[in-house]
Design a protein around this ligand. Structure first.
Ligand code: 13P
Ligand code: 13P
Ligand code: MG
Ligand code: MG
Length: 395
C-alpha cells in the first residue's frame, strides 16, 4: 500500500508516517434475471476477473463483490484516495464487462445503470453510485457496508440520524466522551446539486428540518468531531435526475466506520429495527418499508420488494479486507459478517411485510405512490393534455 498525505504522529517518542487507506464501494445494476431480482453469476464472475486484474496491476489492494437485489456492489480497498480516476475506471470496466455478459445472456435490463457509452474520469454522474471514505487505519478498523435495493439515497437518512443524533438510540452519544463531542453532517441537496455542513448536537433541529424532506435532501457524509475523521458516507447520485427520465432507482450504498469512539455496531444497526417507509419501490414509484435481510435473501419478490437493506461487517487490516475467511482464501474471496441474516431480524421482517401489504392497499393513491414530481413512470402529462379542453371552472 502506498503512502498518501503523510501525517506525523508522536508515539513513544518516535515519529511515524501514517498511511491512509480508502474504502470505495461502487454499485450499479447492469442486468438481472427475470425482472429486477439478482445479477447472473456469470456477470459477477466477469466483475471478479476485472478486479483481480486491478489487484495485479496495483490499482486496488483488495476487493469483495456483493449485492443487494439486482444491484452489484464492488467493495474495494486501495491507496489512491476518494474519486480516484483509476479506481473508478476499474469499476466502470467491471460493470461494462458484466453488462456485456448480461447482453449475451439476454438477462433483463442489461446495462441498466450505465448511462453513457464511455468512461470519463469519474463514475459519479455516469450512472453507478459510490460511497467512499479515506482514513488512517485505527489499531482495529471495523467497518460496515450497507447496500439497499428499490429505494433512493434518502433511505439512510432516518437510520443515520438515529445513530448519530439520537441519544435514545445511541447511548454512546452520552456516555462515550468521543461520541459526546457530536458529529458533523454533510447534507446533499440532490436536486440542485449542492451541499451544506451542519454540526450536531447544536444544529440538530436544522439538520432534521432539511433531511425531513427526503425528496430533496440526503445525508452524504458524517464526520466525528472528536476524532476529526470521517465516520460514514452515502452514495447520493440520483439516477433519474442524471438521465432526465426513469432509468431505475438509485438503490444507494453506504459505509460506516464503527467502534472505538464511533458508533458500536449495535448502535449502527438498531435503527433498522423500525421498517421505515422509503421512496423508490416498484417501478421506482411507490413508498415501501425497508426490509433488513441477508445478501442471499435480498432478491425482492413481493411487488418487486419490499425495499431491501443488507449490511456486511468486516475489518480493514493493513489496507485489506478481513472477514472470517481462512488464510488459504484466494484473492477477492472474503467472508464478512452478514448482519441482517440473524433470526433477531425475523420480527422486523414480519413487521415490514405487514407494513408492505398495508401500504400497497392504497393502490395508485398517495401515500402508496410517491408525490407526482418523484414518480418515475407517469402518464399524467399526457392525461392532462388529453383532458385540457374538458376542464371547466369549479364555480
Ligand atoms: P468500543 O470501545 O469499541 O466503542 O466498544 C463499545 C461497544 O462495543 C459497546 O457495545
Ligand atoms: P431497480 O431500480 O432495482 O432496477 O428496480 C426497478 C423497479 O422499480 C422494479 O419495480
Ligand atoms: Mg434493475
Ligand atoms: Mg436495484
Amino acid at each position: 500500500m502506498g503512502i498518501r498525505a503523510p501525517q506525523l504522529d508522536v508515539l513513544a517518542g518516535a515519529r511515524l508516517m501514517a498511511a491512509k487507506v480508502t474504502l470505495s464501494v461502487i454499485k450499479a445494476d447492469v442486468g438481472s434475471i427475470c425482472g429486477h431480482s439478482t445479477p447472473h453469476p456469470k456477470m459477477v464472475e466477469a466483475e471478479r476477473q476485472v478486479l483481480l486484474r486491478g489487484i495485479k496491476d496495483g490499482t486496488i489492494s483488495d476487493f469483495h463483490i456483493s449485492r443487494c437485489g439486482d444491484d452489484s456492489a464492488l467493495i474495494m480497498t486501495h491507496a489512491k484516495g476518494e474519486n480516484a480516476r483509476e479506481v473508478h475506471a476499474l469499476a466502470w470496466e467491471a460493470f461494462t464487462a458484466a453488462s456485456k455478459v448480461a447482453k449475451e445472456l439476454k438477462v433483463y435490463a442489461a446495462g441498466q445503470d450505465l448511462l453513457v457509452d464511455a468512461f470519463s474520469g469519474n463514475i459519479r454522474g455516469l450512472g453507478p453510485g459510490a460511497a467512499e471514505i479515506e482514513f488512517e487505519e485505527r489499531p482495529a478498523e471495523s467497518v460496515l457496508v450497507f447496500m439497499a435495493d428499490k429505494c433512493a439515497p434518502a433511505a439512510y437518512s432516518l437510520a443515520f440520524a438515529r445513530t448519530f443524533l439520537d441519544p435514545f438510540t445511541n447511548t454512546g452519544l452520552i456516555i462515550d466522551p468521543r461520541g459526546h463531542a457530536g458529529y458533523e453532517f454533510d447534507i446533499a441537496d440532490v436536486v440542485d446539486r449542492k451541499h451544506v455542513i451542519l454540526k450536531a448536537p447544536e444544529e440538530t433541529y436544522d439538520i432534521l428540518a432539511l433531511i425531513g424532506d427526503t425528496t430533496r435532501f440526503a445525508i452524504k457524509r458524517v464526520h466525528s468531531r472528536h476524532l476529526k475523521t470521517v465516520a460514514a458516507a452515502v452514495s447520493t447520485e440520483k439516477l433519474s435526475l442524471i438521465a432526465g427520465k426513469y432509468v431505475g432507482k438509485d438503490d444507494p450504498v453506504a459505509v460506516m466506520r464503527v467502534q472505538a469512539g464511533l458508533p458500536a455496531v449495535g448502535e449502527a444497526l438498531a435503527p433498522f429495527t423500525y421498517p421505515a417507509l422509503v421512496a423508490g419501490w416498484s417501478r421506482g414509484s411507490h413508498h415501501g418499508p425497508l426490509y433488513p435481510c441477508a445478501v442471499d435473501d435480498s432478491s425482492p419478490s413481493y411487488m418487486d420488494g419490499p425495499p431491501r437493506i443488507c449490511c456486511l461487517g468486516f475489518q480493514v487490516s493493513h489496507g485489506k479486507i478481513r472477514g472470517a475467511e481462512g488464510p488459504e482464501a484466494p484473492a477477492g474471496h472474503h467472508e464478512p459478517v452478514d448482519y441482517f441474516k440473524g433470526s433477531e431480524w425475523d420480527l422486523v421482517r414480519t413487521r415490514a411485510m405487514e407494513v408492505a401489504v398495508y401500504i400497497r392497499g392504497h393502490g395508485p393513491i398517495m401515500p402508496g405512490i410517491v408525490p407526482p414530481e418523484e414518480l418515475e413512470y407517469t402518464t399524467r402529462p399526457e392525461v392532462l393534455a388529453k383532458l385540457q379542453g374538458r376542464f371547466q371552472p369549479l364555480d
